[in-house]
Ligand binder design. Structure first.
Ligand SMILES: C[S@@+](CC[C@H](N)C(=O)[O-])C[C@H]1O[C@@H](n2cnc3c(N)ncnc32)[C@H](O)[C@@H]1O
Length: 241
């Protein structure tokens, strides 16, 4: 599964309200969907701030786990002429909505930023492209530690040296899991947090708390160093590259 559509390939169709679509998909598969509702504007704003820092030059941007496009809508107007946005979304119904969003967006008319929607898992995205900014909406705390490590290592590989990864983590998920989940599930969650903590120690440049979101979330910014870090070298050795 890795099909792509670039901007202006399809005519928009009428779709269900965004919140309803999200809830239906969460009921279908909460682990992959990762939330009951799309991100709010404040969270989308915090996630897209690295684009504002470089607003004047063309950027190569990857958005992973775009859902119904809550963050995509904040991203698109920030793309200057000559920029490129690759949107990766695993859920085919969300991917169809994203294609409609791209097809109808006024900022994408004419020879402006190029946007492509890829219906695939980000870890399966096959590309030689490197990105200035990666915005991840993936529900990493729902995955196994091995999956999370693989995805984070791939993000770093996909960034240009000096490029920035932004992602969010809902507040209080660990405490909620400790109360409601099995011991194995609580252990998995702790192990994922340890993987994330190693990446944060190696690459984080900032963390912000967005209270005006349901639920509130931390937004992290990680930067790929200009020269390979020791953490990256260890990752490369472990992968035999
Ligand atoms: C928590 S939602 C975030 C949606 C949107 N970015 C937002 O903030 O409202 C997570 C999204 O990631 C998608 N997803 C989960 N695992 C994925 C993967 N491995 N690759 C690509 N998308 C994935 C889900 O289908 C879902 O749309």
């Amino acid at each position: 599964m890795n099909d792509s559509t670039t901007s202006h390939h399809r005519a928009p169709v009428r779709r269900r309200p965004e919140g309803w679509t999200f809830l239906v998909e969460a009921a279908r598969d909460l682990r992959t969907t990762g939330a009951l509702a799309p991100s709010g504007e404040a969270l989308a704003h915090a996630l897209t701030s690295p684009l504002r820092a470089h607003a004047s030059r063309p950027l190569s941007v990857l958005e992973a786990g775009a859902g119904t496009g809550a963050v995509t809508r904040a991203l698109i107007p920030r793309l200057s002429r000559g920029s490129r946005l690759d949107i990766v979304e695993a859920n085919p119904r969300f991917a169809a909505r994203l294609r409609d969003l791209v097809a109808a967006h006024p900022h994408l008319a004419g020879a402006s930023p190029k946007v492509a929607v890829h219906r695939t898992y980000v870890e399966h995205l096959s590309t030689d492209r490197r990105y200035d900014v990666i915005v991840s909406g993936l529900p990493l705390t729902n995955f196994t530690p091995v999956q999370v490590d693989r995805i984070m290592a791939r993000y770093l590989e996909l960034l240009h040296p000096g490029g920035v990864l932004t992602y969010f983590a809902y507040l209080g998920t660990r405490a909620a899991r400790a109360l409601t989940a099995s011991r194995a599930e609580a252990r998995r969650h702790t192990a994922v947090n340890e993987v994330m903590a190693a990446y944060q120690r190696g690459y984080a440049t900032g963390r912000w708390t967005v209270w005006a979101n349901l639920p509130p979330a931390h937004v992290w910014h990680l930067r790929r160093p200009l020269a390979p870090s020791r953490h990256q070298e260890r990752l490369r050795d472990a992968a035999g590259r």
